[in-house]
Design a binder for this molecule. Structure first.
Ligand SMILES: Cc1cc2nc3c(=O)[nH]c(=O)nc-3n(C[C@H](O)[C@H](O)[C@H](O)COP(=O)(O)OP(=O)(O)OC[C@H]3O[C@@H](n4cnc5c(N)ncnc54)[C@H](O)[C@@H]3O)c2cc1C
Length: 485
């Protein structure tokens, strides 16, 4: 694990003096996920390659010298998944931000591994009007391919699935510098699908940069639907709210269902803590988005949606057109239909700007139970009204086959280490409770990846080790992530 002067000079020979640095200030800027309460890492150097060939050359040097390498797009998972806890070389991929091709006949785009949501949106609007990709609420500067590789939550995720569903195939540089092509692109010059070949795309999905560096991806795009309508669907309790979401999801009429609990809803509406829950204030506040190719189809979908909601007297449904104007001017919900958006501007709840969450994929029928367990943990640790009540977000994906539930914490930007430690302890206890109940933590931070792995089937962990031994025997890829395997 050495990044000495000789290695540095070799790397400089690849990317050029301008695109590599060991300066203290640069390394500091790359040391942390500045949204999160996790401790910073300590990178030895940062470089910005221009293309796949440069990445291959960098990996050959890293392999030869056993240098830890961390692929990096923005380090904004709010989990510090690029924090260099074992030192090493950060590879900032954002010079590789091109949309190489947009194919509206076969409905895919070919994009580079460092593409950000802002880049993607610009290119789609310019080059493929009337077509859209799947977006997250994550900051415009964060990554498209990373969002998909990490099984993120997308604005059309209810209709089409989590982020990994939008990957048709990948081009990737392996730890030894070899280039591979996965999905149908392993045989075809095109980027049609992951079928019908041996699907090795999974070698990069959920691996947190520990198997190699994705340099290109074929991603799905869609014809923009002619009609879109959104509804706010409030439930008095989560016990009524989650089942109602599932009743809607099962009808396959919507493209997105997500929710905030009352407190996170207030923060997203621009309200600052401290605040109290008002009597009768809905505990779970969902939004449901419908899309249709014709007015008639839209009317039919709205009728079904209203009928489902009417079956439970604890549910109140309001068209967004009526609900939005009643929200405070600082609300973020007004931007939900023009993604990407800069949610971080107002994620602080009056705490100056940092926050973190621990989220999980959880079977739908366990969501309410998990919410109550988390609520008790918040209360036990003193996170209560009016200063910091439980904050929840959930999303239903793939027509109800996938549900995620997430719990947030906020902190002052200049919080002391003691305050951050208190937040981490809260998140850790919730994360452990999630897994104990049968859920799996997504985008796991360093400690959370250990919670996942400690509870994983031992033979599967053995298989993961075997794969790592085969492709990354020196453990040079984002060392320490995926439970330290
Ligand atoms: C305010 C806010 C809102 C958010 N909302 C959402 C949301 O609605 N839905 C959602 O899904 N997410 C959301 N996120 C999470 C987040 O933005 C995503 O996780 C993000 O897209 C990925 O972050 P990144 O691009 O910064 O990746 P990074 O943190 O840079 O990388 C993530 C991981 O992938 C690895 N990696 C990076 N590039 C490559 C590569 N080319 N090949 C292989 N491995 C690689 C890294 O080493 C790391 O382990 C939100 C985040 C914030 C701060």
């Amino acid at each position: 694990m050495v990044l000495d002067k000789k290695v540095y000079n070799e790397l400089e020979g690849v990317v050029g003096q301008k695109y590599i640095s060991q300066k203290k200030t640069t390394c500091y800027a790359y040391s942390n996920d500045w949204c999160a309460v996790e401790p910073p890492g300590k990178p030895d150097a940062v470089c910005m390659p221009a293309n796949t060939e440069e990445i291959q050359a960098i990996m050959r040097i890293a392999w030869k010298n056993k240098v830890n390498v961390i692929p990096w797009v923005c380090n904004l998972t709010t989990a510090g998944m690029c924090n260099a806890y074992h030192g090493g070389l950060i590879i900032d991929l954002r010079r590789m931000n091109k949309v190489e091709e947009i194919n509206t006949d076969a409905l895919y785009a070919v994009v580079e591994g460092g593409l950000t949501w802002a880049d993607f949106k610009r290119e789609m609007v310019k080059r493929a009007p009337g077509y859209v990709g799947a977006y997250t609420y994550s900051p415009p500067a964060s990554g498209v391919v990373t969002g998909y590789l990490l099984c993120g939550m997308m604005d059309i995720g209810l209709a089409h699935g989590d982020g990994s569903y939008y990957l048709n195939g990948l081009e990737a540089v392996m730890p030894n510098g070899e280039l591979v092509r996965l999905g149908s692109h392993m045989i075809s010059p095109y980027w049609g699908s992951r079928a019908p070949v041996i699907d090795l795309t999974g070698l990069f999905v959920g691996w947190a940069g520990t198997t190699g560096i994705v340099t290109k991806a074929g991603i799905k795009i869609y014809k923009e639907p002619a009609y879109q309508e959104a509804f706010y669907v409030d439930a008095d309790t989560v016990e009524h709210g989650y089942p109602n979401q599932m009743n809607i999801a099962k009808q396959q009429i919507a493209c997105d269902i997500a929710s905030n609990n009352w407190a996170w809803g207030r923060v997203e509406c621009g309200e600052k803590m401290p605040f109290y829950r008002e009597k009768g204030e809905a505990e779970l506040q969902s939004w449901v988005v419908l899309q249709a190719a014709s007015e008639k189809l839209m009317d039919a979908k709205i009728e079904i949606l209203k009928k489902i909601c009417a079956e439970d007297k604890n549910i109140v449904i309001t068209p967004e057109k009526e609900g939005l104007p009643t929200l405070p001017p600082g609300n973020q919900l007004q931007y939900f239909h023009d993604l990407p958006m800069q949610l971080t501007n107002d994620m602080d709840g009056n705490r100056g700007g940092i926050g973190q969450w621990v989220g999980c994929y959880v079977p739908a029928f366990l969501q309410a139970e998990l919410y109550r367990i988390a609520e008790k943990i918040y209360e036990k640790r003193g996170y209560v009204e009016p200063d910091h009540p439980i904050m929840q977000y959930n999303r239903v994906m793939e027509n109800g086959h996938e549900t995620i539930l997430r719990f947030n914490v906020f902190q002052h930007k200049d919080a002391s280490e003691k305050e951050k430690e208190k937040d981490r302890a809260l998140l850790k206890e919730i994360g452990e409770a999630e897994v104990k109940l049968g859920a799996v933590i997504y985008k796991p931070t360093y400690w959370a990846s250990r919670v996942n792995m400690e509870n994983a089937d031992p033979n599967t962990v053995k298989l993961i080790k075997t794969i790592k031994d085969a492709i990354d025997p020196y453990r040079i890829m984002n060392r320490g992530q995926i439970g330290g395997i």
